[in-house]
Design a binder for this molecule. Structure first.
Ligand code: NCD
Length: 308
């Protein structure tokens, strides 16, 4: 049984196939409207979500399937003390595929041990978020036409931002990629990401605390929210919450074909005035989230022998 727990569970070839499938879904929506008839997706969200949960549900509905699940831990038996293993074992009797989000790092992996159906990690604590990364890859591919020869700026909370961790892992496998890591020192990328993915793959990177001077180099600027819920103290959060605010002034020195991305939700790190700039792609990115999840549901159900 294949699950999707981290981006690196997929080979580069598999990623290309899933991206191609998502492109085909975008171009030929009708062709896929009944593909998952009779199939059920369970969305088990032990942590808040708007885009990830609803785009998963919209994806399954657009494939002709149905959805069940819960959107907060307190409305599930987790509030009675049930373990993740037991919850998943039971839900896997009711659904053909499960997307789960959990505040504990590694919880989806634990879930995969007892599940009878494919488990998709929809975000585990500060660890990883592979379906957001697939969304990001689809967006990069549609904007840039390839995954090579790109200088990628990652800006904001690079310590707790799980989407950043998964994106670095994924992009470290392509040719001529450079990262510019823009964050306060206290919120820099975890050491294991630097050693096991950047250094191990010989990917050049620089770490800076200001975005202005690096702006002209960037092909992609990936903004992130300071992850309030993962800080040990509110004071620490308050110290960093306004660390970076992207506005039109800051974009003056940027390339004309820069792609500005953000996994959303945004708090204040991108000024509203940027939304109208043609380089702002975060709402397209959110839309791509639905299409890539359609492609992922199809792929995992096929691997499980549930779809032709
Ligand atoms: C992200 C997440 O949950 O990690 N949101 C999302 O899924 N699009 C980013 C965030 O919460 O900041």
């Amino acid at each position: 049984m294949r699950h999707l727990l981290d981006t690196t569970d997929l080979s580069v070839n598999e990623i290309n196939e899933i991206i191609a499938l998502a492109d085909d879904i975008i171009a030929n929506k009708k062709k896929y409207a009944k593909l998952c008839e009779g199939k059920k997706l369970a969305t088990l969200f032990f942590e808040p979500s708007t885009r990830t949960r609803l785009s998963f549900e919209a994806a399954m509905l657009e494939l002709g399937g149905s959805v069940l699940g819960f959107s907060e831990a307190k409305s599930s038996s987790a509030s009675k003390g049930e373990t993740v293993e037991d919850t998943i074992r039971v839900v896997s009797c009711y659904a053909d595929i499960i997307a789960m989000r959990h505040p504990v790092e590694g919880a989806p992996k634990v879930a995969s041990y007892t599940s009878l159906v494919p488990v998709i990690n929809a975000g585990d604590g500060g660890h990883s978020h592979p379906t957001q990364t697939m969304t990001d890859l689809l967006t990069i591919h549609r904007e840039k036409g390839s995954f090579e020869d790109l200088t990628i700026g990652l800006c904001g909370d690079l310590k707790f931002g799980r989407t950043v961790h998964s994106l670095v892992k994924a992009m470290s496998r392509y040719k001529n990629i450079k990262f510019v890591l823009i964050s306060p020192k206290e919120l820099s990328v975890p050491d294991y990401i630097k050693s096991d993915y950047l250094d191990a793959n010989g990917i050049p990177y620089t770490e800076v605390e200001k975005m202005d001077e690096v702006m002209p180099q960037l092909d992609i600027l990936y903004m992130t929210r300071v992850q309030r819920e993962r800080f040990f103290s509110e004071d620490e959060y308050l110290k960093h919450k306004d660390a970076f605010i992207l506005d039109l002034k800051k974009l003056e020195n940027a390339k004309s074909d820069l792609t500005v991305m953000h996994p959303l939700p945004r708090v204040n790190e991108i000024a509203r005035e940027v939304d109208a700039d043609p380089r702002a792609k975060y709402f397209e990115q959110a839309m791509n989230g639905k299409y890539i999840r359609m492609a992922l549901i199809i792929t995992l159900l096929r691997w499980a022998g549930e779809l032709a």
